[in-house]
Design a protein around this ligand. Sequence first.
Ligand code: SD4
Length: 300
Amino acid sequence: SPSGPVIVSTWDFGAAANAAAHAKLVAGGSILDAVEAGARVPEADPDNHSVGLGGYPDRDGHVTLDAVIMDDAGGVGAVAALEDVVHAISVARAVMEKTPHTMLVGEGATRFALANGFPKENVLTPATEAAWREWLGTAHYQPVANIENRTPGGAWNHDTIGILGVDAAGRLAGACTTSGMAFKMRGRVGDSPQVGCGLYVEAGVGAATSSGVGEEVIRIAGSARIVASMGAGMAPADACREAVLHIVKLRGAAVRDEQVGFLALGHDGAVGAFALMPGFTYAVTDADGRTEIRKSLSLQ
Ligand code: SD4
């Protein structure tokens, strides 16, 4: 076990999420409570265009959210293609705790959320609606990941949050929440809500999460692969690198312009990451609540 809790999350905006997660632990919450509290921060932020409120819609103009939460004792809950509810991660937790299932999708997920008291909200904002209308002007209706992962302005659209935590007793939990790839096909589900792809947690070993072009992560069950590598003795960064190399081996030139970033946390508090392209960052918060933004190593 680490000497105190360690919280890590994808991208530099993860700093605010980690702070909320750390505060939850200090207030006596569990590591599961902590990662949920962290994931709710970007979900509520209208300026983060890949998560929750203010996430970019699909190509038909609907914001559809994907999320998963997982503890290290077999607890799993997920939602995919959830609409009209902001806090997908908390709906995922309700799936875990209040149903016999592990994942609800689409209309069933929304109905379940509303029946459990989650407020119905318009998740599309004026800014994301305008971006979608602009995108429609030149829309290429081809499901090619490496043109979808740039926003109309040309910036990378990778703000999914994956957040992993280990407490002082070595208990692990993780959460991952996203609005998915901007202007995706209606009904498309990415890696984020799928156990073993966007998130995996295993007691006594560690946890892993991903961000980037979900299709590439799904092909290799990326997070499960990384945790299995860690279980076999690899350090977190080496396990993330091995997964990236495996994507490249499978996909070659097809992933030349794509980003995939993996982040992993050992049960002992060791942290590592690796990405296909430069630019992947992550936030690491130590037992004292100090947060550092680190740059991931990458293949290119
Ligand atoms: C997805 N992996 O839906 C997500 C997208 C992402 O930052 O990471 N965006 O494929």
